[in-house]
Design a protein around this ligand. Structure first.
Ligand SMILES: C[S@@+](CC[C@H](N)C(=O)[O-])C[C@H]1O[C@@H](n2cnc3c(N)ncnc32)[C@H](O)[C@@H]1O
Length: 374
């Protein structure tokens, strides 16, 4: 049984814990910006392939008391690194956290790297090179309250980069955040889904991946664990084949996206094609003022521009008021979820929210507001 930690955006710890349990993890414990869990290699691969919310899955390899640079060096050298990397493999070290005497993450990472390559030099007379972008083994060290936790990053590039979205519009949502918002909303695939400000299509695409039971990891070039010494390629191939077999062909209810910008719609369609759902999801160019409810009931989702990321716009207040009016007048019977990072603008919507959920969009504190439209 290995110990793992799934890192996630702040505020989504409980949600990711639920997701991990659904994927078969045991001993799941939400922590700061992530959740710890236990399992075998099969679970590690499954979580990397199927989890929609985490950024990275770290595998813990050691934990030891560590007050200063000398203790750090000695602790790292106690591990037999030949279990994880040979001198012909590249490495990168990422340090987080700090203590009184280890308060520069760059120095901490350097000290860990030195301890590892010095051990290799002593044992083999040669050492691994550092490769920051695509290392064979990415090592994470976290310093907290004079304890050092050492992990290997099994994911490689962050899992939110699904690989289906090389094309992004302005201020796109991270795929993992879009998936989390959909999860938080309680939307079920039997309900119609519509994003009238869809940009590059992240929300409708994540909704369709969920509704069609498509594993989000299927579009990636690879995972970090594929260059580990213990990589089991047959196991990964089996899990990928099972994932492909378990996809559904048809959506139980329509998923729509529209945007006023024709370039954004072209991007959304290119992204839909990349994840094989172009035939299922409907995208069209529609100005917000021309938007209409495509069914009597459904769930409307959007993240309108809110200044921080699209530049200051004095008309944003009027835009939010218009959005509120359109929801009120044309979407009776629907439930709407709006993500906003600006309280004043949210008030301009002029509707009473029945729920507000705090989430972070990167470093921006936001709220997901829920409106029941009668
Ligand atoms: C914050 S972005 C949405 C990003 C999107 N969720 C994604 O992940 O790519 C806001 C979107 O609102 C669209 N938009 C702004 N004003 C609009 C209008 N008047 N009518 C329709 N779309 C509009 C923009 O083109 C932009 O794509």
């Amino acid at each position: 049984m290995n110990q793992y930690f799934a890192t996630v955006a702040r505020g989504l710890e409980t949600l990711v814990a639920q997701e991990l349990e659904q994927l078969g993890a045991s001993g799941v414990e939400p922590g700061f910006c992530g959740a710890a869990f236990e399992g075998d290699r099969n679970l590690l691969y499954r979580v990397n392939l199927w989890a929609r919310l985490p950024f990275r899955i770290l595998m813990k390899v050691d934990e030891f008391p560590c007050c200063d640079a000398d203790e750090l060096y000695r602790g790292i050298q106690k591990l037999d690194w030949s279990n994880y990397l040979t001198p012909d493999m590249t490495l990168a070290v990422n340090a987080t956290g700090k203590s009184d005497r280890l308060n520069h993450t760059h120095f901490t990472a350097l000290q860990v790297k030195n301890a590892i390559v010095d051990q290799q030099e002593d044992n083999f007379g040669e050492r691994s090179n550092v490769e920051l972008q695509q290392p064979d083994v990415r090592i994470g060290v976290h310093i907290n309250r004079d304890v050092c936790t050492v992990s290997l990053d099994s994911s490689g590039n962050s899992l939110h980069r699904r690989g289906y979205r090389p094309a992004v519009g302005s201020a796109p949502l991270k795929e993992s955040l879009a998936a989390a918002l959909i999860q938080l909303s309680g939307w079920q695939p039997e309900q119609m889904f519509y994003d009238p400000l869809c940009g590059s299509g992240t929300l409708p695409l994540e909704a369709s991946l969920k509704a069609l039971n498509i594993a989000p990891g299927l579009f990636r070039e690879g995972f970090g664990f594929e260059t580990w010494l213990d990589f089991d390629s047959l196991l990964l191939e089996k899990l990928i084949a099972e994932a492909r077999d378990s996809q559904r062909e048809l959506l139980p209810a329509p998923i729509w996206g529209s945007d006023g910008d024709e370039n954004a719609i072209a991007l959304a369609m290119a992204n839909a094609e990349n994840c094989g759902v172009l035939d299922c999801v409907y995208f069209s160019q529609i100005e917000l003022t021309d938007v209409f409810a495509p069914a009597d009931t459904g769930v409307l989702f959007c993240n309108p521009p809110y200044g921080e990321r699209l530049g200051k716009d004095t008309d944003l207040g009027a835009f939010y008021k218009k959005l509120g009016d359109i929801l009120k007048q044309r979407f009776k019977g629907w439930t709407a979820f709006i993500l906003s990072g600006n309280k004043e603008l949210s008030q301009s919507i002029g509707l009473k929210s029945c729920q507000r959920i705090a989430v972070y969009n990167g470093t921006i504190p936001c709220q997901l507001m829920k409106y029941e439209l009668y």
